[in-house]
Write a protein that binds this ligand. Structure first.
Ligand code: ATP
Length: 255
């Protein structure tokens, strides 16, 4: 569960990224965040795991304040949150297995990790994660030998090996072709269904948002202008989300 309580983010140069957001995301939802470029989608996503620090309000992850967490507490909350990036963020010269195992780093001492001493259970978890994205046969191939879609599925496996209960995906298919996009989105949907992992995904494509989301959140100028189940996200709603003028917006809220 993720709760935004009156959250604002102002960048050091004065740009307002988020403006007094109140949003609650329940376990197992498949949320797609949509909005124009600059609407605040990345800021929203990256505030959840504190890649960005918010300037006002509080964010709770599984009832714990990540905003106020320090040291080991922050570490523990972050272990619950996997992150998927547009550019995959793999160590390209390392094997697929090494990359997936890096999802386990947060569970062990630094010294142990320097020597790459992962316990047997970690290797089993990494294999299971690779099976879920159908890449077990690539375990010992170098990451940079894989296609873009396969690399993105490795990064999904890394989040699974991490045993995250929440996956944040920032434009996960922006650099992929349509067929590969479908494979990656299908993997995210299957993982959401099978493992009840909460998905929060930023997408530029309205079609994909409609196809995969259980709930859509529309951002504009750092504010929520639509929040509701996918069936209520009509063409008119998308026009509102993607219009540049503020006048005449009807705020719509879930449930
Ligand atoms: N590091 C930064 N410093 C200053 N302003 C920033 C910074 N990062 C983002 N912004 C601004 O904050 C606002 C929200 O940006 P954000 O990247 O969250 O939007 P976005 O919806 O993810 O856009 P895109 O779809 O282009 O990725 C924009 O006005 C952007 O210019």
């Amino acid at each position: 569960m993720i709760e935004f309580k009156n959250v604002s983010k102002i960048y050091p140069n004065g740009t307002r990224g988020l403006n007094k957001l109140n949003v609650t995301i329940e376990r197992g939802e498949f949320i797609v965040i949509v909005g124009l470029s600059g609407a605040g989608k990345s800021t929203f996503l990256r505030s959840i795991n504190r890649l960005h620090e918010i300037t006002e309000g509080e964010i709770l992850v599984n009832k714990q304040s990540i905003t106020n967490a320090k040291g080991n507490d922050l570490y523990a909350i972050r272990r619950d949150i996997g992150m998927i990036f547009q550019n995959f963020n793999l160590v390209r010269r390392s094997s697929v297995m090494r990359n997936v195992l890096s999802g386990r780093v947060g569970y062990h001492s630094t010294l142990r990790m320097i020597f790459g001493l992962f316990p047997k259970r970690d290797k089993e978890l990494a294999f299971q994660a690779l099976e879920r994205v159908r890449l077990q046969e690539k375990a010992y191939v170098r990451a940079d030998q894989l296609s873009g879609g396969q690399q993105q599925r490795v990064s999904i496996a890394r989040a699974l090996a991490q045993e995250a209960t929440i996956i944040l995906a920032d434009e996960p298919v922006a650099s992929l072709d349509p067929l590969t996009t479908k494979q990656v989105m299908d993997d995210l949907a299957r993982i959401n269904q099978d493992l009840n992992i909460t998905m929060v995904v930023n997408l530029h494509s309205i079609d994909l948002a409609k196809q995969y989301a259980s709930r859509i959140i529309g951002l504009r100028d750092g504010e929520v202008v639509f929040d509701g189940p996918v069936r209520e996200a009509t063409d008119e709603v998308f026009q509102e989300i993607y219009s540049r003028q503020k006048e005449g917006i009807q705020m719509r809220v879930a449930k």
